[in-house]
Design a protein around this ligand. Sequence first.
Ligand code: SF4
Ligand code: SF4
Length: 417
Amino acid sequence: MCDRRDPANRTPPRDPPGRLRPVTQPQTRPGHPTGHPGGHPGGHPGGHPGGHPHGASRSGLDFDSAPFIAIWETTQACDLSCKHCRACAQPERDSGELTTAEAKALMNRLREFGPIVFVFSGGDCFKRPDIVELVGHGANLGLRMGITPATTSLATKELMIELKRVGLTRLAISLDGSNAAIHDEFRQVQGSFDHGLRILREAQEVGLTTQVNTVIRKANIDDMDAMTTLMTTLGVVFWEVFFLVPMGRAKADDVASAEEFEAVFNQLYDLSKTAPFDIKATAAPQYSRVVMQRKRAESDEDVTEVMTRGMHYSQLDGIGRARNVNDGDGFVFISHTGDVMPSGFLPLKCGNIRDADIIDIYRNSPVFKQLRDRTLLKGKCGTCGYRGSCGGSRARAYAMTGDYLAAEPFCVYHEHG
Ligand code: SF4
Ligand code: SF4
């Protein structure tokens, strides 16, 4: 139901004069000479800034009933040792991982939600010897599937050919810098950057669509200009830019400032106007607010959508996107041992698929239900006109304050001052 008194149901105001300046030029980072290209948030075309307090009317999809995307942490085993690793990955597999049969049963049940997006994540999913069998199972079910292997020698062209043969659509790899020095230092293994470029090239050769994921943190913020230049040469359909959440191996000191977030949002928005790929900001729904502000500043008409020019690129392979997805709200994460959480960055166990039904957990867990009710948000997010389309990163609020309904700690916007 839509409560008209709810600030999340009204169109966000144009920014008050003298408050947050309408952005007509790319904002620059402190100490950085020029801004650059820019992007958009998480979702499909359209998207209302104020939106509605519950998923159905915010996105055109009913997130109270079904997620847009489920991410399965296939394993926590990985041969890299990244400084920020959410999973605190180790080289060896955990004996408590879901078995092949359990993983298939999970996919069967998830398919009851509809043909949702299903991502094989990790750890390194290529550490599982049954990965081809599992991808084939998901393809036969009609799930829209992506996979995110680590950038190591385990990602062979032969394996990618097999995955393509059984029905994989998209492969995503991480690149956290524009060169080997930055990326490999972060991933803690030499050669990882070169493997990333090789994997992208070979995946494209075998007919997979490709995506790059990049983690924005204090240490690589000054590499963004070079990174955006590199991205335009890689032939990917999607660039997913993660804004660090201090959990796992990542510390609060590693997170860039709110002002630096804002500068990168503007850079991504600018890039979105010309980039030959779609752009998404993850763990940073406030990017949708920046997109709206920028579009309003550039138009005399009232802008009520967050679609950006490059969004069609990520529709071409059928994976697509949804608007206004947030932790537990259109999104569900299943750990390597079957724990169900609102996202990988919001590690609140709401049940386990070994003794509970994932559909029931997603629809009825008190935590999931609270996360889908944006009238419950606190602080400035609770009164913000962008709450329906943004809502702040619930994972970062939890990591920084212990309260997953608290205000997003890394947003510069103050609607009323
Ligand atoms: S590649 Fe992923 S799973 Fe492996 S250590 Fe890095 S962040 Fe963790
Ligand atoms: S105050 Fe909260 S809801 Fe408003 S734009 Fe910032 S993060 Fe989003």
